[in-house]
Design a binder for this molecule. Sequence first.
Ligand SMILES: [Zn+2]
Ligand SMILES: [Zn+2]
Length: 157
Amino acid sequence: MVARNDEAGFRQEGGCQCGAVRYVLTERPQTVYCCHCTECQKQASSAFGMSVRVRRAALTVHGETAKFGKVSGDRRTVCEFCPSCGSRLFHNRPAYEDMLNVKGGTFDRTDWLKPAGHIWLRSKQAWLLIPEGGLRYRGQPDSFDALVAAYGAQWGR
Ligand SMILES: [Zn+2]
Ligand SMILES: [Zn+2]
């Protein structure tokens, strides 16, 4: 299937490492950002996590995911994995049931993902240089409105 990036005909596909779970996103994300919190570092077993926030209604998932809940402080997160290969695919917070965060690295193509900003920079790995431009937060943003607006601006609105 041809991936398209213009807003009208947006279509991107992705899935887990083994292919048992596949998904199709048919609307551009609400926002894209990198999270440098220690939870994302653990979860991604890497320097940061890349979150692609989408409307759940715009994402079609093929295959069953394994879900489990995680609680940190007052935040409860439901994380979804491929039950065959263990890839982390999605997470969401029950407080925002109509939204889902797709892990950016699971898209088949990643060249179109341009983060609007970086959060939890206080725990960023020291060697990592954050590019100029884009929003920066030392910790968790009080609101994601600015990240949504800045990402929307990439699409010309
Ligand atoms: Zn898999
Ligand atoms: Zn994080």
